[in-house]
Design a protein around this ligand. Structure first.
Ligand code: FUB
Length: 320
């Protein structure tokens, strides 16, 4: 793969979700900022308060254009803090922004906000999506028009609290030291926690079913184990489809890789294939993949321009 280049040097943006709408490439990033909050495993230092949407009319453009403010946390009635990763799906000329934020009880939920334009501004629903939890929604629209969300993230993203969509370890987590969230992952010899996948109903405002496990198998057809830190899911779900095959890609978190698995069914099981991206400067590795102008592109971020401050990240892109 050739070298990545920075896409938006004038501000700190991360977690890129790229999509082509009306022949232009839109990027839905998190908008990093300096909050002064100390760095710790529950992710408090990622304290973002708004979203901007970026646009590329062509990949030959040197930098992405800022389409302006798309949504502020103060306009979301249910949200208290931490606007994390987001993604967008289009249906019938409307654009649905799915985002993660902590509610008034400090629990991560997924929200939806709607606009008539890909760049927003987006109007949020007054409540989070019923039954939603954790972080990092990836919105995938299949060929038949059905829209799915893949989501979930460990530690700061709180997925380790949940089993079968229920927060069984909420109280246990509150009793743990803040830098020991990993204690609620399954034992190393047990199957790893899975990302979740759910189909949205026709309104695109609610789940049509209970979220299911998106299972990732190893080369022997066995579910990846929790101790397999170089491959097990941590956060940053992304789905793209190429030649009828679904590609699920994700971050391994504490080992900082982006990995890829494939399936012939949206729900999986997916089979582990390869590593797509090596660790970058900064703790988080998070990406999005999109076809534009006849090529596939890998968007991601690193913290090199901020001197390694892991909560101040800069967008990058390279051809796949
Ligand atoms: O941007 C905040 C969080 O950092 C994201 O939700 C995670 O995927 C990680 O990139």
């Amino acid at each position: 793969m050739s070298e990545a280049r920075y896409l938006f040097p004038s501000d700190y943006m991360a977690d890129p979700a790229p999509h082509v709408f009306g022949g232009k490439l839109y990027i839905y990033p998190s908008h990093d900022r300096e909050s002064g909050i100390p760095e710790r495993d529950n992710g408090d230092h990622f304290d973002m308060v708004d979203y901007h949407v970026l646009r590329m009319d062509s990949m030959s453009q040197e930098t992405a254009a800022d389409c302006g403010l798309a949504l502020r946390i103060s306009d979301i009635p249910w949200a208290k803090r931490q606007l994390w990763d987001s993604d967008v799906a289009e249906k019938d000329g409307k654009y649905y922004l799915y985002f993660s934020a902590k509610d008034k009880g400090d629990v991560f939920r997924l929200g939806v906000a709607v606009s008539d334009k890909p760049e927003g501004p987006f109007i949020p629903d007054p409540e989070p999506i019923p039954g939603s939890y954790s972080i990092d929604p990836c919105a995938f629209k299949d060929d038949d028009g059905s829209v799915y969300l893949a989501f979930g993230g460990l530690w700061g993203g709180q997925l380790q609290r949940y089993r079968d969509n229920v927060a069984v370890y909420r109280a246990a987590e509150d009793r743990l030291p803040v830098n020991n969230r990993a204690a609620l992952e399954p034992l190393a010899s047990e199957p790893a926690l899975c990302p979740k996948i759910v189909r949205l109903d026709a309104s695109l405002h609610t789940f049509a079913e209970s979220p299911r496990d998106l299972v990732i198998l190893d080369e022997n057809g066995k579910a990846l184990l929790a101790g397999d830190h170089d491959r097990r899911f941590f956060e940053a779900s992304w789905i793209h489809k190429c030649d009828g095959i679904y590609h699920f890609t994700w971050s391994t978190g504490d080992t900082h890789y982006i990995c890829e698995a494939t399936s012939d069914s949206i729900y999986g099981p997916y089979t582990y294939r390869r590593r797509l991206l090596e660790p970058q400067v900064g703790w988080t590795t998070h990406h999005g993949i999109c076809e534009f102008e006849g090529k596939w592109w890998l968007f991601h971020h690193d913290s090199a321009p901020s001197g390694g401050r892991t909560w101040l990240r800069s967008l990058k892109v390279k051809p796949l």
